[in-house]
Design a protein. Structure first.
Length: 336
């Protein structure tokens, strides 16, 4: 196995200089660093993670707690992109990732216990029941934690600007002449509350009344639920001219029902989604939606978690808000 000593001998520099180059330190010249790294690669040098952990008292491993109710895991059309970006951000900082669960072999552990068992340096938490006792145990423990789309006073969080996003989407729909706007929102959560509050506030700003029968609770990432609720909206004597769904995937369930009734989108009724996933861009007509910046959410979560780990005295507990962009799909037609 190639060692730092072998590289130092080949480059005719000290072992300390080789170590600085391997750790990307700034107190050696760029030319020296590049020459050492080139020789290390040619010799087939690989750093020893165990030795690195002993030296720094870190495992360079980040935990990921992600448990959605639909059990979609990494097939989730939105969070899979967030977590993939988090993974890439972690790798750029020299960290691996481990998924946190309640199981370790035949043993059942809490999320906090499993994080301790795996020895992770920190945990990112996304798409879980944040009110669950086992989640609060992790949040209140002594492991650095960053949450995504949920705020705890004592933890850093990275948030998609759901208030701004819904305001942009509703303003666009109203600008197309719609006033009879229905909203099939997701299950109760801080994300839902922010989007729903923004919906009502935007409608009020334009002096447009919101009908109670137009506001229905559905679920995220659940086209079957959206389909049933769309049936209910279409059966109304005075049906809406536009329906907003909790996400693009759920919007598909509504589209299927609308078309099954012999109606055309957007000529007979308009629809809009949320998230800006690929499916919204590949179907016809393309779905009007608000694209959340999943790439930036995951990247910032990785950056902030590593800061908490490596700079515990200077890292701030903060809220990082990430904006996305409105996608003016053709599923919303100017209301006649």
């Amino acid at each position: 196995m190639v060692s730092l000593k072998d590289i130092s001998r080949q480059c005719n520099v000290s072992i300390a200089t080789v170590s600085k180059a391997m750790n990307n330190r700034g107190d050696i010249s760029r030319e020296t660093k590049e020459r050492i790294c080139k020789v290390a690669k040619e010799l087939g040098y690989l750093p020893n993670s165990s030795a690195r952990a002993l030296k720094t008292n870190r495992t360079y491993n980040l935990g990921v707690l992600f448990v959605d109710e639909a059990n979609s895991g990494l097939t989730h059309s939105y969070f899979s992109h967030v977590l993939d970006s988090f993974r890439r951000g972690a790798e750029e900082k020299g960290y691996d990732i481990t998924f946190i669960s309640k199981h370790a072999g035949n043993n059942t552990l809490s999320y906090y216990e499993h994080s301790k068992y795996r020895g992770v340096d920190g945990v990112v938490v996304a798409c879980v029941n944040f009110e669950a006792d086992e989640v609060k145990e992790l949040i209140n423990g002594n492991i650095p934690v960053v949450t995504i789309d949920f705020v705890f006073d004592n933890r850093t969080c990275v948030l998609s600007d759901n208030v701004y996003g819904m305001e942009e989407l509703v303003t666009y729909i109203i600008g197309q002449g719609h006033e009879k706007i229905a909203y099939v929102h997701g299950a109760d959560s801080s994300v839902t509350q922010n989007r729903l509050g923004s919906f009502f506030r935007t409608m009020k700003r334009f002096d447009i009344p919101v009908r109670d029968e137009y506001i229905l609770e559905g679920d995220y990432h659940a086209p079957d639920v959206s389909a049933k609720l769309t049936e209910k909206l279409l059966s109304l004597k005075d049906r809406p001219t536009c329906i907003i769904y909790p996400d693009d995937f759920s919007c598909i369930g509504g589209i299927n029902v609308i078309e099954a009734h012999g109606l055309t989108i957007p000529d007979d009724i308009s629809v809009a989604g949320y998230d800006g996933q690929r499916i919204a861009r590949v179907i016809e007509p393309k779905i009007a939606t608000y694209r959340q910046n999943a790439e930036e959410l995951g990247r910032m979560a990785a950056i902030k978690l590593v800061e908490l780990i490596e700079q515990p005295k200077s890292a701030l507990i903060e809220r990082v808000v990430v904006k996305g962009e409105l996608i003016r799909g053709k599923s919303v037609l100017k209301c006649k």
